[in-house]
Design a protein around this ligand. Structure first.
Ligand code: ADP
Length: 323
């Protein structure tokens, strides 16, 4: 191995910079040249990359986002686009690629590895929906940002005896909502994995007030069948009968941009270093992630064909704790 490239793709996540830094510095330490690709797969398709030395990744470990920038690149989903990407890598004599990103990005990594090109993935998404890593880069920081907002909303909800609805990110996965709901002491958590009926939500709110609660805080995942907007609309439409108003706060991209906490800096560093270690051992076509207390490489074929289960039993715990 002489030359490798690294890119960040899909949704950005706090801690991606720590992973880039670790890839560059452990690569340089192995005597390799490392190229940084701009804007994910788009940079491969358009041959937009530059060599990165140890000093080029100074002062980024504490920053959110990604110094390489990211993008969504529809062209890479086509074989033609992937052939262009391969052409850029081969023309520059780059022997292997490290892809830092979530489920979509790792599907792209798998497609490239199927074309006989060595690729190693690094598990990074705030959604925590990626098989092969119990926790992915960015989740912890995003969760803490969501919690900060929930804590503040609880203060104002208590002062005004109101019901607040907080929508958190996570795409089709309820992990962030469930964990933020439990850690934030929410009265109710709504996730895509479990069907919700607005009438049941209303019933639970009524019960909470009967139990003497001065406020109600509902955490809802953006991918839930009834997301914040739909729930609020339903409650508005049936206001007279239901007797509640729901104040909606959608956290959206605010959750992504924070400075990575210690956990994500360490996870990004560990996984970035593990990715170059894999390549140096001649292992590719794998995703490096964290399983239990260890860093583990899982074949990309298994990663893209498996679904990470969510412990929905925690929803019952959330319900009990809201009593
Ligand atoms: P994330 O990696 O955060 O899940 P996306 O799902 O948006 O983000 O995927 C990021 C990029 O990965 C896409 O824009 C595309 O370039 C690439 N990608 C996603 N799915 C595939 C696929 N099935 N085949 C090839 N490339 C893909």
């Amino acid at each position: 191995m002489k030359r490798i490239a690294v890119l960040t793709s899909g949704g950005d996540a706090p801690g991606m910079n720590a992973a880039i830094r670790a890839v560059v510095r452990t690569g340089v330490d192995r005597g390799w040249e490392v190229f940084g690709v701009s804007r994910g797969y788009l940079g491969l398709v358009t041959d937009n990359m530059m060599p990165l030395g140890a000093r080029d990744v100074s002062n980024i470990i504490q920053q959110g986002g990604t110094m390489l920038n990211s993008s969504r690149c529809p062209e890479f989903r086509t074989e033609d686009g992937r052939l262009k990407a391969l052409g850029s890598l081969r023309r520059r004599g780059i022997d292997a690629l490290i892809v830092i990103g979530g489920g979509g990005s790792q599907t792209g990594a798998y497609a490239l590895s199927q074309m006989d090109y060595p690729v190693v993935g690094v598990a990074s998404t705030i959604d925590n929906d990626l098989y092969g890593s119990e926790i992915t880069i960015g989740v912890d920081t995003a969760l803490n940002i969501a919690l900060e907002a929930i804590d503040r909303l609880k203060v104002t909800a208590s002062s005004h005896q109101r019901a607040f609805l907080v929508e958190v990110m996570g795409r089709d996965c309820g992990y962030l909502a469930l964990m933020a709901g439990i850690a934030g002491g929410a009265e109710l958590v709504i996730i895509p994995e479990v069907k919700t009926d607005p009438e049941i939500v209303a019933g639970e709110l009524r019960d909470a007030y009967k139990r003497g609660k001065g406020h109600a805080l509902i955490v809802v995942a953006e991918g839930a069948q009834y997301n914040a907007q739909k729930l609020a609309h339903y409650f508005q439409k049936h206001h007279e009968r239901l007797g509640f108003d729901l104040r909606v706060t959608t956290l959206g991209h605010v959750q992504r941009g924070g400075a990575p906490g210690a956990f994500d800096r360490l996870l990004g560093t560990r996984l970035g270093a593990a990715a170059t270690a894999c390549l140096s051992e001649g292992r590719d076509g794998v995703l490096v992630g964290r399983v239990g207390e260890v860093t583990k490489a899982t074949p990309l074929a298994e990663v893209v064909s498996s679904k990470k289960p969510l412990d929905v039993g925690l929803l019952d715990l959330a319900r009990v704790l809201a009593k």
